[in-house]
Design a protein around this ligand. Structure first.
Ligand SMILES: [Zn+2]
Length: 259
């Protein structure tokens, strides 16, 4: 039986997929993918993500506003996200989170929207997709405050690039850690060392396509079928067969997103 995979983070609404999405999805199915989570980054691209999931059986969607896009959000943007969150195709909110690498959005405003996503997810019993770039301490601080007040949240640290302490703090609070193509890069040994210490029960894989293509596709447009390359490096890193990675990451993705 072929191995089964779930790409937990794909930006298939990106214009780079406009010309050939059916072919991309066919290649994904051929590679063993049974679900792909299409992740929104703005109130504007949330409806197209939901529409994609309504149109293609293999897809599910998230709705939300990525921290770097919060500054440009219109006054009605959050209400538009809230209105979409009840749709049956929607399995999570996000991507949300904190980002100190870019300074598009003042940090207090990022915190405000991150908190909104966490609160709405709890209310609607949805998962949360968390983006964190050079803001690990702040993200853990906010997650811990939320955890102490409300208990575990169903969430994933997507495209994880943080250190071991951050990963362990998140795992202790019940979050999942998702690895993308960076894991396969030659200069990413520190990240592989973190991955090696993660429990199988908390691991996810993703492409974050069209960005971050794994080796041997690095530099080209990424797509969901390529998730198997990241999974292959994860298997080597953990010293387990690829089938073990497939089994656990697929089961974990199902549990997180209710797939
Ligand atoms: Zn993303």
């Amino acid at each position: 039986m072929p191995l089964e995979w779930i790409d937990t983070h794909a930006h298939l609404d990106d214009e780079r997929f406009q010309g050939d999405l059916p072919t991309v999805l066919a290649r994904a199915a051929e590679a063993g993918l049974t679900r792909i989570v299409v992740v929104a980054t703005t109130a504007l691209d949330s409806p197209p993500c939901v529409e994609l999931a309504r149109t293609h059986a293999i897809l599910r969607a998230t709705v939300g506003i990525q921290p770097n896009h919060v500054a440009e959000a219109t006054p009605t943007a959050w209400d538009e996200v809230v209105a979409l969150a009840n749709r049956p195709e929607v399995v999570a909110l996000g991507e949300t989170g904190l980002d100190r690498y870019w300074d598009h959005t003042p940090f207090p405003q990022q915190e405000d929207y991150f908190a909104r996503h966490l609160e709405l997810a709890r209310k609607l019993q949805l998962a949360v997709v968390i983006h964190c770039r050079e803001a690990e301490a702040d993200t853990v601080r906010m997650l811990r405050a939320d955890f102490e007040q409300h208990g575990p949240v169903r969430a994933v640290m997507h495209s994880f690039t943080g250190d071991l302490a951050t990963a362990q703090a998140c795992v202790e609070m019940g979050l999942y850690i998702s690895f993308a193509g960076m894991l396969t890069y030659k200069n990413a040994q520190a990240l592989r060392d973190v991955a090696a210490r993660m429990p199988l029960e908390r691991l996810l894989v993703e492409t974050d396509c069209p960005y971050l293509a794994p080796v041997p596709h690095r530099g080209k447009r990424n797509e969901p079928a390529h998730v198997v390359h990241t999974a292959g490096v994860l298997a080597e890193t953990l010293g387990v067969p690829l089938s073990v990675i497939a089994e656990h990451t697929t089961r974990n993705a199902r549990a997180l997103f209710g797939l």
